[in-house]
Design a protein around this ligand. Structure first.
Ligand SMILES: Nc1ncnc2c1ncn2[C@@H]1O[C@H](COP(=O)(O)OS(=O)(=O)O)[C@@H](OP(=O)(O)O)[C@H]1O
Length: 382
């Protein structure tokens, strides 16, 4: 049904469907993926014989690969991405005089923060490797954090999750750099890949690239996180009830600790691997619950950690506007930008209280250890 609604959306918004053949993509303006990476939303400028500078938006699972591959030297050609193209009516109105700054025309641009483009500067923005990583944890609010930080003039974030240090390491640094947005010298490049936190090979690889890398680790009550993870899985394929997945033996209270939804929440174990390699001073813990309740305050702590001027404040957020619970961003023009409605704020199932209790018991010693490691406590033990 999600496929149906996806296509319906395009039907509604556009009569024309086909990617122009042999078109050359001039510029990717904005690339966003849903958190589970199976969708991509790309705004790009293409050129072919007939339509100079058409702006397209694509949303297509297969195109993700194509888009990433072409991110730096874009060429789509007849990519086979049919039925997934939406022609945007017109080129955005602002800042089209100078094609160099075409990225800044999109308010959501992943390439350059629109309102902060140095229009008088002679400096040419270039792609740089990240100085900051959001390493996880999965389902803790990592997408929200990245979206929020991206409104900062000194921050530029890559939209999709590169998964460089885990599954794409063999592709090399040029591949990685090409996924990054173009930045000026005073902008920090950030990427987020929540899988990094739980892959034990990753810390060393990150250190080898940049021993000064700043690491943002978001955390959320591991029980709620597990349920959120379960909901994501359930949205993709049929699953058994949460209780059955989480427990090996419910009557005896044996938790299925091998299930990834459970395993990821054992924060002390994962953090241990990072602390074998990085000093704690290079890791900043972001409280996922606080990012929901008081986003400006939580982001202010991140700004401080990153050593960038304090910029993001309450006026950037509309609290509890997304699914009644989550904050959304207020854009410069006053419009509201919420995170992807399909993949965020899913309804969590009611989990049987005894299972919740077993899970709390399971996580308690891990939580306590994690609290000691980071020198603060969270309200997770129920
Ligand atoms: N502002 C805002 N809008 C929407 N959602 C928000 C926001 N802030 C935090 N969250 C929480 O983010 C949860 C998803 O976490 P991630 O983005 O880390 O997921 S992922 O790892 O990228 O898959 C998502 O999990 P669910 O509640 O299960 O949907 C939200 O709880």
């Amino acid at each position: 049904s999600s496929n149906l609604s996806k296509h319906k959306r395009y039907e509604d918004s556009s009569a024309r469907w086909k990617m122009p053949r042999h078109s050359r993509v001039l510029q990717f303006m904005n690339v966003e993926t849903s958190e589970d990476q199976d969708e991509i939303d790309v705004r790009l400028k293409v050129q072919d014989h007939t339509r100079q500078g058409t702006f397209l938006r694509l949303r297509n699972r297969d195109f993700r690969h194509e888009a990433l591959k072409n991110y730096s030297s874009p060429r789509v050609g007849s990519s086979g991405a049919k039925n997934d193209v939406q022609y945007l009516n017109s080129e955005p109105k602002t800042r089209t005089e100078n094609p160099e700054y075409i990225n800044s025309a999109s308010p959501k641009s992943a390439d350059l923060p629109s309102r902060h483009t140095r229009r008088n500067s002679t400096e040419r923005p270039v792609r740089r490797l990240p100085k900051v990583l959001i390493i996880g944890a999965k389902k803790a609010g990592t997408r929200a954090l990245l979206e929020f930080l991206r409104i900062h003039p000194n921050v530029a974030g890559s939209g999709p999750e590169p998964h460089f240090f885990d599954r794409n390491y063999h592709r090399g640094l040029d591949w990685y750099r090409n996924l990054m947005p173009k930045t000026f010298h005073d902008q920090l490049t950030i990427e987020k890949t929540p899988a990094y936190f739980v892959e034990s090979a990753v810390p060393r690889r990150v250190f080898d690239l940049d021993p000064n890398m700043k690491l943002l680790l978001m955390v959320r009550d591991p029980v709620t996180r597990a349920i959120s993870d379960y909901c994501q899985a359930a949205s993709k394929h049929p699953v058994r009830p949460f209780e059955q997945m989480a427990m090996l033996n419910e009557s005896q209270g044996v938790v299925n600790s091998k299930w990834s939804a459970i395993r990821i929440g054992v924060y002390d174990r994962h953090l241990y691997h990072w602390l074998q390699v990085f000093p704690f001073e290079q890791i900043h813990i972001v409280d996922g619950q606080m990012l929901v309740d008081q986003p400006a305050a939580e982001v202010a702590l991140v700004e401080k950690f990153l050593g960038i001027p304090s910029f993001i404040n309450d006026s950037h957020f509309r609290l509890r506007s997304f699914k009644g619970a989550f904050p959304c961003l207020v854009r410069e023009d006053g419009s509201i930008h919420c995170l992807d409605r399909k993949s965020k704020g899913r309804k969590h199932p009611r989990v049987r209280p005894n299972v919740l209790r077993y899970l709390r018991d399971y996580y308690r010693p891990h939580n306590e250890r994690f609290f000691r490691m980071v020198g603060r406590t969270f309200d997770w033990n129920g």
